[in-house]
Ligand binder design. Structure first.
Ligand SMILES: O=P(O)(O)OC[C@H]1O[C@](O)(CO)[C@@H](O)[C@@H]1O
Length: 552
């Protein structure tokens, strides 16, 4: 698309609106009845991953129109631009090359006339060496003791991806090495972790691409002070503090020695950075070979995304089906429901990935978008969430789409429990799709008198027609997790391209940071306040009721 022809002024856009109006009363129950091979027609498989997208309010015509939309928006062309290193993050004049992080060493990608692949592998090898020496006990603390704890201090992309992957791959984690994550500037987060560790056997990883994020720097400084208060010396800091950043001089100014600074690159966005040295805490947890399998899984999904026809392309299908609801049905949210305890932070990671990328209403050309874009991403692990918010999915008034993620096998050999878990996932998607009609509800209440049935039956009706995708994974292992995460990255990319958004900047977050920086000194003074009445009132109340206490 060029700026003179926004996507919502194309003929295909109007056709999709028309199609939505003419199909919106179709019930999936009937679609399945009319099309017995619907699952066969509407699922895709890649290595150990299966996507069933048949439980959606779509027909083959819907898919044809959506794929035409993807072609008109030039999803293929933009994908090529991304992977070859064009500066598609226009507002920051940056290339977007998380896919390069997953390339083999002999690959070639140029940014500003320089092949970046050797640098990627150089830094990864440094990270592997460091992690290996911690894991095998060669790298000790300043007093010669084996490292038992790694504390990753970082926020946003420097936290969510690594934490989620570490939790998901817990069965692959080295025993005796505990990995902790501290993100919040709420001191409780750091102090509760520090309470559990011994400074002489702890390594702090300060993970910050910019090395300017106040929350991270403040936590790092507090950790440093605590470290010294515990009887460790200034000279010990070099052994216990590591940095991952693209601002090397800032990390050095903090006191981190060059050998302990791992570089990350300007062309990787925070929310796409778990594949880079930002994943150092993950590498420490699961080791080089497993991390390489994770990268290989991401790479396998990249290859599929780059080459599979759009009609059979998993991230493209997910992107288009999501867009069908968010833009043409104007739904506002999408739930992520992994039936896997290890994936309990997946929704949080995808929240940042999706909402920081596509939570925008202005196009990459600066035009106000006249249609609904990025959804609210939320979710919780199954089956716990069945006992929390599923009531609203089943009988609430809103159309809410969701992704169910179900591993076929558990690392833990308790098949009986795993079958209960899987049965719940399949039952929920069936119930959400099929629902229960008034006639079915009446039939179930034959034991009641007529008056009671009239009261009860409507309450037992499930409208159904609630869409879901189901993703089955053979098991949650590094390779499959890599595929899953890369799949979501490309899904978000496809949607952003069609909506005409720059998915790679985050000016909204930057604005909040600036305001916080201005307000923070006002909390410690009695200077006159010049905000709105509410903000003034809140600051004033805080000033009067806050007790100033600091670690000495
Ligand atoms: O790694 P940094 O530079 O500390 O940034 C942390 C996070 O802050 C953001 O800029 C905004 O939340 C994210 O995109 C980023 O992942």
């Amino acid at each position: 698309m060029n700026p003179s022809c926004p996507i919502n002024q194309t003929a295909i856009w109007a056709q999709l609106h028309q199609h939505q109006r003419s199909t919106r009363f179709l019930h999936m129950r009937d679609l399945f009845r009319q099309q017995p091979d619907r699952f066969a027609q509407m699922h895709e498989q890649l290595n150990g991953l299966l996507l069933d997208y048949s439980k959606n309010r779509i027909t083959e015509d819907t898919l044809t129109l959506l794929i035409e939309l993807a072609n008109i928006a030039d999803v293929r062309g933009w994908t090529d631009k991304m992977r070859r290193g064009d500066k598609i993050n226009v507002s920051e004049n940056r290339a977007v090359l998380h896919t390069a992080l997953r390339l083999p060493p002999h690959a070639v990608v140029y940014v500003d006339d320089q092949n970046i692949v050797p640098d990627i592998h150089h830094e990864l090898e440094r990270a592997y060496c460091f992690a290996e020496s911690v894991r095998n006990g060669e790298y000790t603390g300043a007093h010669g003791e084996r490292i038992t704890d790694i504390i990753n201090i970082g926020i946003g992309g420097s936290h969510l991806g690594p934490e989620m992957v570490t939790l998901a791959l817990r069965p692959f984690q080295q025993t005796g090495l505990n990995i902790h994550y501290v993100a919040n500037v709420d001191g409780a987060n750091l102090m509760q972790v520090l309470d559990t560790v011994n400074p002489a056997t702890t390594v702090f990883i300060i993970a910050s691409k910019s090395f300017t994020t106040p929350e991270t720097l403040l936590n790092a400084q507090t950790a440093r002070n605590w470290f010294l208060q515990q009887g460790m010396c200034e000279v010990d800091i070099s052994r216990h503090f590591i940095a991952i950043t693209s601002a090397v001089t800032k990390a050095q100014a903090f006191g981190i020695i060059p050998e302990h600074i791992f570089t990350m690159f300007d062309w990787v966005g925070g929310r796409y950075s778990v594949w880079s040295t930002i994943g150092l805490s993950v590498i420490c947890a699961i080791g080089k070979e497993n991390f390489q399998n994770f990268l290989a899984g991401g790479r396998a999904m990249d290859e599929h995304f780059f080459h599979a026809p759009l009609r059979h392309n998993i991230p493209v299908l997910l992107g288009l089906i999501g867009l069908w609801y968010h833009t043409f049905y104007t739904t506002t949210s999408h739930a992520i429901i992994p039936y896997d305890h290890g994936l309990r932070r997946l929704a949080a990671h995808l929240q940042q990935l999706d909402m920081e990328s596509n939570g925008k209403q202005v196009s990459r050309y600066g035009e106000r978008l006249d249609f609904d874009t990025g959804p609210i991403i939320w979710g919780e692990e199954g089956v716990n969430c069945q006992h929390a918010f599923f009531q609203l999915l089943h009988q609430g008034p809103r159309l809410i789409s969701s992704d169910f993620i179900v591993p076929i096998n558990s690392f833990y050999h308790i098949s009986t429990q795993h079958k209960v878990l899987a049965a719940n996932a399949f039952a929920q998607t069936k119930a959400l799709m099929h629902g229960k009609t008034l006639a079915e509800a009446y039939a179930e209440l034959m034991h009641l008198d007529n008056k009671s049935r009239d009261i009860m039956a409507p309450q037992k009706v499930f409208p159904g027609n609630q869409p879901s995708n189901t993703l089955l994974l053979d098991e949650i292992n590094p390779f499959n997790l890599g595929m899953l995460l890369a799949m979501y990255e490309h899904k978000v990319f496809v949607q952003g391209i069609i909506w005409g958004i720059n998915s790679f900047d985050q000016w909204g977050v930057e604005y909040g940071k600036v305001l916080a920086k201005n307000i923070e000194p006002e909390l410690s003074t009695n200077s006159p306040l010049h905000h709105d009445a509410s903000t003034n009132g809140l600051i004033d109340y805080f000033r009067k009721h806050h007790h100033d206490t600091n670690l000495t």
